[in-house]
Design a protein around this ligand. Structure first.
Ligand SMILES: Nc1ncnc2c1ncn2[C@@H]1O[C@H](COP(=O)(O)OP(=O)(O)OP(=O)(O)O)[C@@H](O)[C@H]1O
Ligand SMILES: [Mg+2]
Length: 292
């Protein structure tokens, strides 16, 4: 197992601002296109907890994120986000959706992309001069600067976003999701398209935000290894069902063989990384897409 340990929070710290779990699913199910993707899912995520959603392509990981955003209804069971109905949580939820790419010719500055997280609804509408220098606008500018610093993007935030590298764009988008200081951060494959060292850096950044700010993080991931040191729990979705719990308990030969319905073996390397091998083909979940 990974060597770095995360200080665990006391139970009383694990509730949202109103004392309720940040995310709560009870016997939840989801249907899209007339097909049930998953069902009977129980999950609770508290403040400051870091939970990964893992599983093969097409099992419904992004659909879970959409459900927490209120974009896809539950077909059964109960889903609560910050004590209320999903989709009615306003600024309290930040999100980084799956697959983001900017055209190389896009001239919008990175810092403006971050600012969109604050005032996207006002995008393109010029502010009257007096408003531009109001204390509120100054405070907003400060917030944008601070969050850019937090993700380590100060050096390139002034550049056009299309001229930033994939990893730089990713950090700026994480800053956009964070700028309103959400209580829940939903990240759909934020490490995708990053090289190994940037995966580690962004994983550590998200782990730190989680610990220091008490932000609950639900992250869809393809490779659990970069985030393993920071994780409280994983939710593993596969054809054969869903398992949730601490990584050590869920990512095991027995559990994954049951979920995949084929023989699967979980191997642990000496440095604590996990590899999943099996037939008919090793699930892509724990392989590294960027390895040579
Ligand atoms: N609106 C829709 N209508 C019909 N089918 C849909 C719809 N949205 C998603 N699906 C299907 O639901 C399944 C789950 O999709 P989802 O995007 O949640 O998968 P995923 O686990 O995130 O996969 P990936 O790892 O490839 O991102 C897929 O088979 C997808 O084609
Ligand atoms: Mg997806």
């Amino acid at each position: 197992m990974a060597s770095e340990t995360v200080p665990r929070q006391l139970p009383h710290q694990r509730k949202g601002s109103a004392g309720e779990p940040v995310v709560s699913l009870r016997r939840a199910a989801v249907r899209v296109g007339g097909r049930t993707l998953w069902s009977e899912v129980d999950l609770e995520v508290g403040a400051g907890e870091f939970v990964a959603v893992l599983g093969p392509n097409g099992v419904g990981k992004s659909t879970l994120v959409k459900m927490l955003l209120g974009m896809v209804p539950a077909a059964a069971g109960e889903v609560r986000v910050l004590g209320g109905e999903p989709g009615r949580t306003g600024d309290r939820v930040g999100c980084l959706p799956q697959r983001r790419a900017f055209d190389a010719s896009l001239r919008i500055r990175g810092s403006d992309i971050v600012r969109l997280g604050l005032d996207g609804h006002r995008w393109g509408v010029p502010l009257p001069w007096p408003t531009r220098f109001s204390p509120r606008r100054r405070q907003e500018r400060r917030r944008v600067t601070d969050v850019i610093e937090l993700v380590g993007a100060t050096a390139y935030a002034h550049r056009p976003i299309g001229a930033c590298s994939g990893g730089e764009q990713q950090r700026l988008l994480i800053a956009q999701a964070l700028v309103r200081r959400p209580e829940l951060l939903l990240l759909d494959e934020p490490l995708d398209s990053l090289d190994l060292s940037h995966q580690a850096a962004v994983a550590a950044l998200i782990g730190r935000i989680c610990r220091e700010r008490g932000t609950a993080v639900v992250m869809v991931a393809h490779d659990v290894n970069p985030i393993l040191p920071f994780l409280d729990r994983v939710v593993y979705i596969a054809e054969g069902g869903v398992a949730a719990g601490p990584p050590r308990e869920v990512i095991t030969t027995e559990t994954l063989t049951r979920l995949y319905g084929v023989p699967v073996e979980v191997l642990r390397t000496r440095d604590g990384r996990l590899a999943v091998v099996g037939s008919p083909e090793p699930p892509a979940v724990h392989t590294d897409r960027h390895a040579p």
